[in-house]
Design a binder for this molecule. Structure first.
Ligand SMILES: Cc1cc2nc3c(=O)[nH]c(=O)nc-3n(C[C@H](O)[C@H](O)[C@H](O)COP(=O)(O)OP(=O)(O)OC[C@H]3O[C@@H](n4cnc5c(N)ncnc54)[C@H](O)[C@@H]3O)c2cc1C
Length: 392
């Protein structure tokens, strides 16, 4: 499938459905497939079955600052440009005009759709325990998707996962402890609680994912994320309690007690890794993705009316929350696209060491004057870049 760089997932998924195939893509209507998503790596609820965006991209048409010509970059042609565009981070070597991606047969799926209006923090903690403690088992049994949890009373916590290996009865059995726990909560708190078959990823996306994640962001709100890739050794029996406890602490640290100005922060535990799927080494995302069980992601929000002091305090809270996960795996890595904006050791957190060094060389070759630039990307000029002089 070849798409123009302006295409976003809502249209791409519809096109794939109408033409009888599946593509690996993000859980958003408005993220673009050829640009930032794939430059970061690109995870999907079905990455466990068909890989990351980088595993599936075949070719880019791109203009680099070095010349005004359009060049084709693929696994066989201009491989260094391809390497940088597929997982090398934003604004490395050029402007992508179009990209070509692998497609897969339509996948019938089971959708676990479990959502509550959180009655209290303890219920969110329990949901976290029931789901996070079994995340490796879920991954091995063909589950992918999201655990979206908040301890804030009245806000939505959800398990929204798909399974490409099991039938409805088997999938329901896997989810039974969670379904039973949710069924024990007051009826008025339960929004949906079950496993439902769908005929395609598009049906799961349009009927459950977008509807239930309520994707629209209110006007005047801003949010930013912090995350870590949590790899499988953290699910070994001796480590598991600490892992689950750290995830619970992460959620609580992001959610102060309600005050007049404190917006809640949803924690997303994403089961969206290409777990144990081989990489061919021709793309730049970190190898840790292949052992990742949970991409743990949380964010903080503020409104245009929030004070600078408040915004800074929420960023500090986010950094401190992410620190809990940094301590869990001190040499761990994070997903470039959804990492904390001021990640301290960003080079080794976003890329493997050899990859980073190679990207620096590729950048120097195709963008020698650093025309393309962004915050904590390859070739970043640092915080004293005059570009940032108007920032507080
Ligand atoms: C609601 C939401 C849901 C998300 N869900 C997922 C998810 O499920 N999986 C996932 O992996 N990520 C997800 N993300 C993160 C997403 O991948 C990043 O925000 C990504 O950077 C978006 O890329 P974009 O091109 O759409 O955005 P933009 O903001 O337009 O671009 C991001 C960066 O890429 C560069 N860029 C954009 N287009 C081009 C181009 N054609 N050529 C060269 N450079 C370009 C821009 O210069 C910019 O630096 C989500 C983000 C949001 C906001």
């Amino acid at each position: 499938m070849t798409i123009g760089a302006g295409q976003q997932f809502a249209e791409i998924y519809k096109y794939a459905e109408d033409n009888g195939f599946t593509v690996a893509g993000g859980t958003s209507s408005t993220v673009g497939m050829s640009g930032g998503w794939i430059a970061g790596g690109g995870h999907s609820a079905v990455s466990g079955a068909i890989g990351l965006g980088t595993d599936n991209v075949l070719e880019f048409k791109v203009v680099t600052p070095k010349s005004s010509e359009v060049i084709v970059a693929s696994r066989c042609q201009n491989q260094d440009v391809f390497f940088a565009l597929a997982g090398g981070g934003h604004n490395t070597v050029g402007v992508v005009l179009e990209s070509t991606h692998n497609t897969h047969p339509v996948m019938p799926l089971q959708v676990a759709s479990i959502a509550i209006l959180t009655p209290n923090a303890e219920a969110a903690q329990k949901l976290m325990e029931l789901s996070a403690s079994r995340a490796l088992e879920f991954t091995n049994r063909g589950w992918g998707g999201y655990l979206a949890l908040t301890p804030r009373v009245g806000e939505v916590s959800a398990v929204l996962m798909v399974n490409w290996k099991l039938d409805t009865a088997e999938a329901t059995k896997d989810m039974q402890p969670i379904i039973d726990f949710v069924a024990s909560l007051p009826k008025e708190n339960v929004l949906i609680n079950g496993v439902f078959p769908v005929k395609s990823f598009y049906e799961a996306f349009s009927k459950y994912f977008i509807r239930e994640t309520g994707e629209t962001v209110p006007v005047g709100m801003a949010s930013t994320a912090g995350s870590r890739l949590l790899t499988d050794e953290l699910w070994e029996p001796a480590a598991l309690n600490k892992t689950v406890q750290s995830l619970q602490d992460y959620m609580m640290a992001l959610n102060p007690l309600p005050t007049e100005e404190a917006y809640g922060a949803l924690v997303l535990l994403c089961l969206t890794s290409p777990y144990k799927l081989p990489a061919d080494g021709l793309t730049a995302e970190p190898k840790a993705w292949r052992n990742t069980v949970i991409h743990a992601f949380g964010g903080v929000a503020w409104s245009t009316l929030s004070t600078l002091k408040y915004k800074k305090s929420r960023l500090d809270a986010l950094d401190q929350a992410v620190e809990i996960l940094r301590r869990l795996k001190p040499d761990g890595q994070a997903y470039f696209n959804e990492a904390y904006y001021d990640e301290p050791k960003w080079e080794s957190t976003f890329w493997d060491r050899n990859t980073y060094d190679r990207l620096v060389k590729i950048k120097a070759k195709y963008d020698p004057s650093k025309l393309l630039n962004c915050w904590k990307c390859i070739g970043w000029k640092g915080p004293s870049d005059p570009k940032y002089k108007c920032y507080p």
